[in-house]
Design a protein around this ligand. Structure first.
Ligand code: PMP
Ligand code: GLN
Length: 385
């Protein structure tokens, strides 16, 4: 008898696909899955057309187009002039951030190891950890600011801990790590054999003059960290699925050994287009934070009369809203369903980012990477709830 051995029987469809499908089915406003509903810069689209017409249609180098790797080094250097990454040995362009995160875990985590993740956490981390037979140790961040309780991190470390996954700016809460957070992390893991996998896909989306600190900014973390980024978020092209991983040469070598068999390489013309656009339009990244901050502010301004309460998002393109003054008896999944059916607006329940959600969780995540008219429409709806 043939028997299917499903390695991931408990894993359902991601909440992002589920909620976007619900929005489509109900013809509702979709502020759930994180993607812009506006066009990327026209010259970036043109650059992609040119790249295919000019013949960049075969496999690029597995490690990624050298010119794009160089641009990644420039991003880090601009933020931190002391950081001189080697584009040949320390950067790999990947088919999106998700596969980079997955390969980073595959390359270094063995069956039986433990990996610390902060809940609420991005939904790909735990399944990637489970697929290598390791165990995710979920440490809760502290509402309402979703800060780290460092004593809890200390308590979560065991002789089996091999990695800690950091995500700043943080999806879904919009919290960002301060320098002090990184110092606290260093103090705790310094004496242990623990790597840092730092998911920094929203690195350019930091608001109110605050600063993004990368794991690579801290010399004590340089030789134990991988940083993952995504061009999808930074250039309004989530569907181009192009990201990167950076790490010191020894770590990068092991990462590449895995990545070459997961994907081998990324998409050639996309890499050409992105590198050309980045060279010609440095203002794009420079203006990105203020571009999204204006959208966040428009969204929050529109909620002045609403009964939702909130902690202002410091980064990413997400804002969480607390609905305890509206429908306190509904859990967040029920509240999403209610909003979708009764008010034709779709969000993501925060519980989807937890292994064990706190009982009284009354938060929903809204994506504000939307046209201003969409945001206005959304706040008009939310003000009536
Ligand atoms: N990490 C986080 C925190 C994200 O929000 C996303 C969203 N897409 C990803 C990783 C994956 O990025 P990509 O689409 O480039 O795979
Ligand atoms: N990162 C996006 C989000 O958080 C979605 C990515 C996906 O759909 N896998 O909404």
């Amino acid at each position: 008898m043939f028997h299917i051995n499903n390695k991931v029987p408990q894993t359902g469809t991601t909440i992002f696909s589920t909620m976007s499908a619900l929005a489509q089915q109900l013809n509702a406003l979709n502020l759930s899955q994180g993607f812009p509903n506006f066009a990327p810069p026209p010259s970036l689209i043109q650059a992609l057309q040119d790249a295919t017409a000019q013949g960049y249609n075969q496999y690029p180098l597995g490690d990624g187009l050298p010119a794009l790797r160089e641009q990644v080094c420039q991003i880090f250097k601009q933020r931190n002039p002391q950081l001189n990454l080697d584009p040949n040995q320390e950067v790999t362009i990947t088919s999106g951030a998700t596969i980079a995160l997955h390969c980073a875990i595959q390359a270094f985590i063995q069956a039986g190891d433990e990996v610390i993740v902060f809940d609420p956490s991005y939904d790909s981390y735990a399944p990637s950890i489970a697929l290598v037979g390791a165990k995710a140790i979920h440490v809760h961040l502290q509402a309402p600011h979703f800060s780290v309780d460092w004593q809890k991190v200390k308590d979560a470390i065991s002789p089996k801990t091999r990695m800690i996954i950091v995500n700043t700016p943080h999806n879904p809460t919009g919290a960002i790590w301060s320098k002090q957070d990184w110092f606290n992390l260093i103090e705790i893991i310094e004496k242990h054999n623990i790597m840092v996998l730092s998911d920094e896909v929203y690195e350019h989306l930091v608001f109110d003059q605050k600063q993004h600190y990368s794991a690579l900014d801290f010399p004590k973390l340089r030789d134990r960290s991988m940083v993952v980024g995504s061009f999808g978020k930074s250039f309004h092209v989530t569907g181009w699925k192009t990201g990167y991983c950076t790490a010191s040469p020894k770590i990068m070598q092991a990462f590449r050994q895995v990545y070459q068999f997961a994907s081998f390489c990324g998409v050639a013309p996309v890499q050409v287009a992105l590198s050309q656009f980045m060279q010609q339009h440095p203002e794009h990244l420079a203006q990105l934070a203020s571009f999204y901050q204006a959208k966040r502010d428009l969204f929050l301004q529109g909620l002045k009369e609403a009964r939702f309460t909130y902690t202002t998002s410091q980064g990413t393109y997400f804002q969480t809203l607390d609905y305890s003054q509206i429908q306190p008896h509904l859990n967040d999944v029920e509240m999403c369903q209610y909003l979708a059916e009764q008010h034709k607006i779709v969000a993501i329940p925060l519980s989807a980012f937890y292994k064990k959600p706190p009982q009284q969780l009354r938060l929903l995540r809204f994506c504000f990477a939307k046209q201003n008219s969409t945001l206005q429409h959304a706040t008009e709806i939310l003000a009536t709830c």
